[in-house]
Design a protein around this ligand. Structure first.
Ligand SMILES: [Fe+2]
Length: 333
């Protein structure tokens, strides 16, 4: 029987796409020559901020070498656009004159990966490129593992019409809330994994129970309440996901201690589990269920606000309300 070999090393060698944005032609040439000599061939050049903005809106580059001072659109505006479109998935190196190093350092706190001071020293450029390439490879590996998780969750959810796309929507809601609360990118990435995987334990529960139109018996309810425990146990052998276990396990805990499986309250529940719980509840409310119809987004948000401080952490509710117009646009079709 022929066997299929998945060559992971092949993925590792995949070409990285790089955008060089600088209004100085000599610098663009120098950087693109350096990149090509290092084996990068997928290099795009932008002559000013406007061209850079146009390029990043059309394509998600792995790496952007960004001049801060460009006529028309400033480098900081280009940076802000990259972050709002792609989060920290793009590795950005800013190039800057010595006079604005402080601004570059400031931008590093907001997600710029590195900076190179002009006039360039070859050593600085190659050092920064080496580090940035490693970071790009790491981000690609992470994205690959997230896609694999996503595919497996879709397979599971497709068996159940009431669960279809639930986890992806919960992920999107949770990420928006977390960003508005200022959680750092690592936490947000963990939250994404947790959101995708929070309900995998439902695969172990009979669909006749999950789809029962009437009230559940105490035995059936006890089984349903085991799903966060099963989700956690299924994921626990995966070492690099160990940090999401509490988020998955505790996504049905409630602010007043009325949730399950532990009955934790307030800050005993990790923040990411509180965010995940609210995102999950919002999606459940606005989705059709065998035992009730879907609520309108506005109605669900009103109910959530009314339960703020009771079932939900008020800070998380406030963050959700702040991003509500974007959240409400994402109701299931
Ligand atoms: Fe759940």
């Amino acid at each position: 029987m022929p066997s299929v070999v998945l060559d992971l090393a092949e993925t590792e060698r995949d070409e990285l796409s790089i955008l060089v944005a600088d209004d100085d032609e000599a610098i663009r040439d120098l950087l693109s020559d350096t990149l090509r000599r290092r084996g990068f061939t997928d290099v795009t050049l932008a002559r000013d901020g406007l061209e850079a903005l146009d390029a990043i809106k059309r394509y998600k580059y792995d790496m952007v070498l960004l001049d801060l001072r460009m006529p028309g659109v400033h480098g900081v505006e280009v940076f802000d656009n990259i972050v709002s479109m792609y989060g920290d998935d793009v590795v950005i190196i800013v190039t800057t004159a010595y006079a604005s190093v402080e601004q570059a350092v400031d931008l590093m706190k907001r997600g710029v990966y590195d900076y190179i001071v002009k006039p360039f020293r070859l050593h600085d450029v190659t050092g920064a490129l080496e580090r940035a390439e490693q970071r790009c490879r790491h981000l690609r590996a992470l994205a690959g593992s997230m896609e694999l998780v996503f595919t497996m969750v879709c397979l599971m959810e497709n068996k159940d019409p009431y669960l279809r796309n639930h986890s992806a929507r919960v992920r999107d809601y949770a990420v928006r809330i977390a960003r508005s609360m200022g959680l750092d990118s690592r936490e947000i990435r963990l939250l994404e994994y947790a959101a995708l995987l929070h309900d995998v334990g439902k695969a172990a529960i009979d669909l006749r129970i999950l789809h029962k139109p009437g009230p559940l018996t105490p035995e059936e309810w006890a089984l349903v309440k085991r799903h966060p425990v099963i989700s956690r146990d299924v994921i626990s052998p995966v070492k690099h996901l160990s940090r999401i276990l509490p988020y998955v396990y505790l996504h049905h805990e409630r602010h007043d201690g009325s949730g399950y499986p532990e009955g934790l309250a307030g800050e005993e529940i990790p923040l990411c589990a509180r965010v995940l719980g609210l995102a999950d509840a919002y999606d459940a409310m606005t989705s059709e269920r065998p035992y009730r119809t879907a609520m309108a987004p506005e109605e669900a948000l009103r109910l959530i606000e009314a339960q703020s401080g009771v079932l939900w952490d008020p800070d998380v509710v406030a963050a959700m309300i702040a991003v509500a117009p974007k959240v409400a646009l994402m109701v299931p079709a």
